[in-house]
Design a protein around this ligand. Structure first.
Ligand SMILES: C[S@@+](CC[C@H](N)C(=O)[O-])C[C@H]1O[C@@H](n2cnc3c(N)ncnc32)[C@H](O)[C@@H]1O
Length: 450
C-alpha cells in the first residue's frame, strides 16, 4: 500500500469513529482485515488513528489559531485531515513536514474542490512557518492542563478534585503514552520460559515480567497468529487485570461465580489457578459475548468454565443462596483507566455515564452477595480511576451489609510490587496509568462474616 493510501485508510477510520462513536480498536481491526492493509503498513495506520484521536484536543487548539473558520464549521473530513496531518508534523519525527503537508493536499484535492486543498495547504504551511501557539497562553489552569494533555475539561476537573494536581497531571500525561503489552502464560500448558522461547521462534520478542510471575511483556510483534497463542499457552491481558485472580485466590475444587465475565480474560485466569478443577459459572448479559468466553476456554483447554447468558442483577433468583466460595464482580464501568489503549473513551464518556454505571455496579453487588458462602470472598474490580465507581461503590456496599467486611489480607495475596499501592491496607488498590506499567485499575476484596 502506498503511504498516501495508508493515510486515506486512517482518515476513513477516524471519520467513522467520529460519526458513529464506533470503538477505535474494533474499527481499526475491521479495516485492517477488510481493506487488505499490508502487514508492514499496520504500524503507521495504527499510529495515525490512535495518535490523532489521542491528541485531538491539543491539535484543535493549534488549528483553531490558524483557521479562519471556527473548526466546527469545517466539513468533518477536512477537520480530521488537518488533525491527522498536524499530528504527523508535531509528534512523528520520522515524517518530514513537507511529506505530511503534500499528502494532505493530495487527499484534499481528491476528495474536495480546489478551495479546500488550498485552505489545507495554507493552514499547515502557516503552522510550519510560524510555529505552534503556546499552551501557556491559556489562563485558566484547568483548561490549560486539559488542552495540554488533550483531555476534556470536565474529566481533568474531576481528577483534580479527587486526586490533586500532581497525580492528575502524571495520569493525564501517561494516558498519551503507548501502552505496555503483556500476556499471561497458561501455566497448565508450560512455563514462562517455554512460552518466551516459542514466541521467539515466531519472530516475537518478549521478556519475563518483573512484577507478576505468570506474565510476560511483549516488546516486539503481535502474538495473535503465533503457535503459542493458537495452542492456548497465552492470553493477552494487562497486568492490572491479572492481579484480580491473585486478589480472589480461588482454591482447587471450589465453586466460583464470575458475574460479569465476557470475554473471559479473568474466568480463564481463575480456572488456570484452580488447575481446571471445581466449577466457575461465568455470566454475561450479552449473548454474543457469552460465546467469546467459551471460545477462550476452549483455546486454553479449560473445561471447568460454564458460560451463562444472564443479567447479574437477576443472579439472586437463579442460584442457590450461599452456594459460592468466591465471587468476582468485574463490573461494567466507564473505562477511564484504559485511555492509553482506547483514546475514544475520553471523548465519548460523560459524567452522567459515571453515575448511571455506579448505580448498576451497586445493583450487581447487592444481587450476588446472598450467593456467597459465609466465610467466602468477593472481589469487586473495574478498569476506571473514578472514585464514584470504585471506592464509593464498594464502601457504600460494605457499610450497608452487616455481614460484609473489607478484607485487609488482600495485600498478602498480591505480588510484592503491588503491596505499596494506594489504599492497599484498607482492602482495596487503585492503580494509575503511568505508575506500574498497568492500566488504571481498581480492585477491592470483601469477606462475608461467618
Ligand atoms: C469489564 S467487562 C468484563 C471483562 C471480563 N471480566 C474479562 O476479564 O474478560 C464487563 C462485562 O460485563 C458485562 N455486563 C454488563 N452488564 C451486565 C449485567 N447486568 N450482568 C452481567 N454482565 C453484564 C458486559 O457485557 C461486559 O462483558
Amino acid at each position: 500500500m502506498k503511504q498516501g493510501n495508508v493515510r486515506e485508510a486512517a482518515l476513513d477510520v477516524l471519520i467513522k469513529i467520529e460519526k458513529n462513536q464506533a470503538y477505535s480498536n474494533l474499527l481499526l481491526n475491521e479495516t485492517i482485515k477488510q481493506s487488505k492493509v499490508l502487514e508492514k503498513d499496520v504500524p503507521l495506520l495504527t499510529e495515525l488513528v490512535y495518535g490523532t484521536l489521542q491528541y485531538k484536543r491539543t491539535l484543535d487548539f493549534y488549528l483553531s489559531t490558524f483557521s479562519k473558520k471556527t473548526l466546527n464549521k469545517l466539513d468533518l473530513w477536512v477537520l480530521i485531515l488537518l488533525r491527522m496531518s498536524l499530528y504527523q508534523m508535531v509528534y512523528l519525527d520520522r515524517i518530514p513536514d513537507r511529506a505530511a503537508i503534500h499528502e494532505a493536499v493530495q487527499i484534499a484535492k481528491k476528495r474536495g474542490h480546489q478551495g479546500i486543498s488550498g485552505m489545507v495547504n495554507g493552514i499547515l504551511r502557516s503552522i510550519q512557518r510560524e510555529g505552534l501557539p503556546n499552551i501557556d497562553s491559556i489562563e485558566d489552569p484547568v483548561e490549560k492542563m486539559a488542552v495540554g494533555t488533550s483531555h476534556p475539561t470536565w474529566l481533568i476537573s474531576r481528577w483534580l478534585d479527587q486526586y490533586g494536581s500532581e497525580r492528575t497531571e502524571l495520569m493525564a500525561k501517561a494516558n498519551l503514552q503507548h501502552p505496555t503489552y503483556s500476556a499471561r502464560v497458561n501455566l497448565l500448558k508450560g512455563s514462562v520460559v517455554d512460552a518466551i522461547l516459542s514466541l521467539e521462534q515466531d519472530g516475537i520478542e518478549s521478556k519475563k515480567s518483573d512484577q507478576i510471575p505468570e506474565s510476560i511483556i511483549i516488546t516486539k510483534g503481535s502474538i495473535i497468529g503465533t503457535k503459542a497463542f493458537k495452542e492456548g499457552w497465552l492470553t493477552i491481558q494487562d497486568e492490572g487485570s491479572m492481579l484480580v485472580a491473585h486478589a480472589l485466590s480461588p482454591e482447587k475444587d471450589q465453586m466460583v461465580l464470575d458475574a460479569c465475565a465476557a470475554p473471559g480474560g479473568k474466568s480463564t485466569h481463575l480456572s488456570e489457578r484452580m488447575q481446571n478443577t471445581g466449577k466457575i459459572i461465568s455470566l454475561d448479559i450479552h449473548k454474543h459475548k457469552v460465546g467469546l468466553i467459551e471460545q477462550q476456554a476452549n483455546r486454553l483447554g479449560l473445561t471447568n468454565i460454564h458460560a451463562n447468558l444472564l443479567d447479574a442483577r437477576k443472579a439472586t433468583e437463579n442460584f442457590e443462596k450461599e452456594s459460592f466460595d468466591r465471587i468476582l464482580v468485574d463490573a461494567p464501568c466507564s473505562g477511564l483507566g484504559v485511555i492509553q489503549r482506547k483514546p475514544d473513551v475520553k471523548w465519548t464518556k460523560t459524567e452522567e455515564d459515571i453515575f448511571r454505571l455506579s448505580s448498576i455496579q451497586k445493583d450487581i453487588l447487592d444481587s450476588v452477595w446472598p450467593l456467597l458462602k459465609k466465610g467466602g470472598r468477593l472481589v469487586y474490580s473495574t478498569c476506571t480511576v473514578d472514585l464514584e465507581e470504585n471506592n464509593h461503590v464498594i464502601t457504600s456496599f460494605v457499610s450497608s451489609h452487616e455481614d460484609a467486611l473489607f478484607d485487609r489480607d488482600l495485600k498478602d495475596r498480591l505480588p510484592e510490587s503491588f503491596r505499596d499501592c494506594l489504599n492497599v491496607d484498607k482492602g482495596m488498590i487503585q492503580l494509575f496509568p503511568g505508575e506500574k506499567g498497568t492500566d488504571g485499575f481498581f480492585i477491592s476484596a470483601v469477606q462475608k462474616i461467618n
